[in-house]
Ligand binder design. Structure first.
Ligand code: ADP
Ligand code: MG
Ligand code: MG
Length: 247
């Protein structure tokens, strides 16, 4: 069953077209990987799916769970079950991890989330991510290492339980242990009622999660699609052979 369908999507910033006629379909239960060189438009695509107001859609539609969401605000999209992590996580001074996630959860679920039961659930999930409970009271992302930020994003995803999670990977390396923990968290999240799009350069991470489809973006276009074997080929040979094919 279809969860996300993007049709003929073009978007950019003022005076600059970044995405050119993107088509993408994600079904429930699937893991999709988006790869592409720096500056090819991967983060822009994620941002446009969430309707980040920095970007303007010039053409196309986005359907989510059977509904045209093209005109919906970021808030409303989040309430429908869309979730995205940021490539550069924002530091939010004065808001603890616990409060941030609880506030986000009560916003997307449109109900009050009791503090005590939330804390219990949060700590249970933190244990599985090998996060010390003290992180719950730290200010969001302030002084977090790369690995801690990533785990924190996975924690948010698991607590918010969206239908579609878009994970925009930081390029900074995760160590082997953190990669394993993050991959396990994604696997724990995945079920037949949701889906994940992973934007990444980390072969190690996607290896653990075993994607169903791989899409390659070059210059704002999805120019190649395939299965897991594409990742190995790109790892070995880079993107030039795809550029040649496109020509
Ligand atoms: P990727 O995530 O694949 O590295 P991005 O989507 O971040 O690529 O960027 C694609 C292109 O669009 C780049 O040339 C980038 O400089 C440009 N771009 C992205 N966001 C903005 C913005 N807010 N203002 C101006 N240019 C932008
Ligand atoms: Mg699957
Ligand atoms: Mg990016």
């Amino acid at each position: 069953k279809e969860l996300l369908r993007i049709e003929n999507l073009s978007a950019g910033v003022e005076g600059k077209e970044i995405l050119k006629n993107i088509n993408l379909k994600v079904n429930y239960g699937e893991v999709h990987v988006i790869m592409g060189p720096n500056g090819s438009g991967k983060s822009t695509l994620a941002n446009v799916i969430m309707n980040n107001p920095e970007y303007t859609v010039t053409n196309g539609e986005i359907y989510f769970d059977g509904e045209d969401i093209s005109e919906l605000s970021t808030d409303k999209r989040a309430r429908k079950g869309l979730f995205m992590t940021f490539q550069t996580p924002i530091e939010v001074s004065g808001i603890s991890v616990e409060n941030f996630i609880r506030t986000a959860k009560s916003s997307v679920e449109d109900k009050n989330i009791p503090i005590l039961s939330f804390k219990k659930d949060l700590e249970k999930e933190m244990d599985k991510l090998y996060m010390d409970h003290s992180y719950a009271s730290r200010y969001l992302n302030e002084g977090f290492s790369g690995g801690e930020m990533k785990k924190n994003e996975i924690l948010q995803m698991l607590m918010l339980n969206p239908k579609l999670a878009i994970l925009d990977e930081t390029d900074s390396g995760l160590d082997v242990d953190a990669t394993k923990i993050v991959a396990t968290g994604i696997e724990r999240f995945l079920n037949k009622d949701n889906a994940v799009i992973i934007i990444t350069h980390h072969k190690e991470l996607i290896k653990e999660v075993s994607p169903d489809y791989v899409h390659v973006i070059l210059n704002g276009n999805i120019v190649k699609e395939g299965d897991y074997t594409l990742i190995d080929k790109i790892e070995e040979e880079g993107f030039n052979w795809i550029r040649e094919e496109v020509k």
